[in-house]
Design a protein around this ligand. Structure first.
Ligand SMILES: O=C(O)CCC(=O)C(=O)O
Ligand SMILES: [Fe+2]
Length: 199
């Protein structure tokens, strides 16, 4: 959507992105520890000091036939984490064991999921979920979705700690920027980053 933002809207968004990033970096520390590493593991692996975050504001019209109309086709997101806020509950679906599951999230909540490049680094231990949006609301839905990415120059490959005789590398390594480029900087074309990186 193209449009101009008022001063207050710009301030609110700036504030949101600043706090969003704090939460994401703190989560990266917690996840590093959960994986059994020191807390800066993900920050170092993904060179997050110069991490490349990209945000999209999505506006979906009301749905006329609930659960049937697609607002955003099935895709995976690049990056290590993805975060999302929305003004109205309903619409985002995650694919789990070949079934679409509705994300039930109040409009004041903040949703974070795993991205393709965390799947690559952990050699598939963590999975980037396929997701889509259906038009499921009587009112217009607005979401702010942010892809939190490594530095554009970071070479992301399965970490040696996740590779072994019983776990051969399941993904090939690629510079983050190249993996975005290989995908035409577009995640929604059925040929997501992750499909191209799988061996
Ligand atoms: O609007 C949503 O709930 C999700 C948007 C999304 O998946 C994306 O922008 O990549
Ligand atoms: Fe997405």
């Amino acid at each position: 959507m193209c449009g101009t933002l008022s001063y207050l809207e710009r301030e609110a968004l700036e504030d949101y992105y600043q706090r969003n990033r704090e939460v994401i970096i703190n989560l990266a520390k917690v996840v590093s520890k959960t994986l059994g590493f020191e807390e800066n593991y993900l920050e170092k692996e993904f060179e997050l000091e110069t991490g490349a975050d990209v945000s999209a504001m999505n506006v979906y019209p009301p749905g006329f036939k609930p659960n049937t109309q697609i607002g955003l086709p099935a895709h995976y997101d690049p990056g290590y984490f993805g975060s999302l806020i929305q003004n109205v509950n309903g619409g985002l679906q995650l694919n789990y064991k070949q079934k679409w599951i509705n994300l039930d999230m109040p409009s004041n909540a903040f949703f974070i999921k795993i991205g393709d490049h965390a799947e690559v680094l952990t050699n598939g231990k963590y999975k980037s979920p396929m997701h889509r949006v259906i038009l499921n609301n009587e009112v217009r839905r607005i979401s702010v979705a942010t892809v939190h990415g490594p530095s554009l120059d970071t070479f992301v490959k399965p970490g040696p700690e996740f590779v072994g005789e019983s776990h051969p590398p399941a993904y090939r390594g690629m510079i983050y920027k190249d993996s975005l480029e290989a995908n035409g900087y577009h995640e929604i074309d059925g040929k997501s980053c992750i499909a191209q990186l799988r061996l």
